[in-house]
Design a protein around this ligand. Structure first.
Ligand SMILES: [Zn+2]
Length: 166
């Protein structure tokens, strides 16, 4: 996790992060040129980010990325699995988990690896969960429209760009 945040801070890519609470409009934050990311006004409040994206949204464009995180997310993930690979609960994601997934998994992943980083972002969520002692893991089923779940070993792996030598 620490290596991911180090890469975010030291990246040549600018990683913007917005945190929105219920009723707050992200457009108030002028550091983020939302037009560049085609993020409409309707998408910029916590209920929308929750409803459409289960609490976190990110996009990448050239040398910039943006992540929008809902404060006190109520959005639920449907791909939570128990330690024994059973169906997990529907607890909303914490702020820390959402930030790790969107900023490190999707956006730092993009700056190093290109693309949307479906597998890496799920892996980063699961690394975050292990770091706080949460034994439930995400399978990635339904994430970015992917129909199949990742097997447990893959979902709980480490992206190559977060390993020691990279
Ligand atoms: Zn994602």
């Amino acid at each position: 996790m620490a290596r991911g945040y180090m890469k975010a801070v030291n990246s040549q890519t600018k990683h913007f992060v917005g945190v929105v609470s219920e009723g707050q409009e992200l457009n108030a934050d002028k550091r983020i040129n939302l037009n560049s990311f085609l993020l409409s006004r309707a998408e910029s409040t916590a209920p929308h980010v929750d409803e459409a994206y289960a609490g976190g949204w990110s996009d990448q464009l050239g040398n910039h990325t943006v992540a929008v995180i809902a404060l006190d997310s109520k959005g639920v993930l449907t791909d939570n699995r128990t330690a024994n690979d059973g169906v997990g609960n529907l607890a909303p994601s914490s702020l820390g988990e959402l930030l790790a997934h969107e900023l490190i998994g999707h956006n730092v992943g993009y700056s190093i690896n290109g693309g949307k980083n479906h597998v890496s972002s799920i892996q980063v969520t699961n690394i975050y969960r292990r770091s706080i002692g949460n034994t439930q893991w995400r399978s990635g089923q339904g994430h970015l429209g992917n129909k199949d779940k990742l097997d447990k070993a893959k979902a709980n792996g480490v992206p190559w760009w977060l390993e020691d030598e990279n």
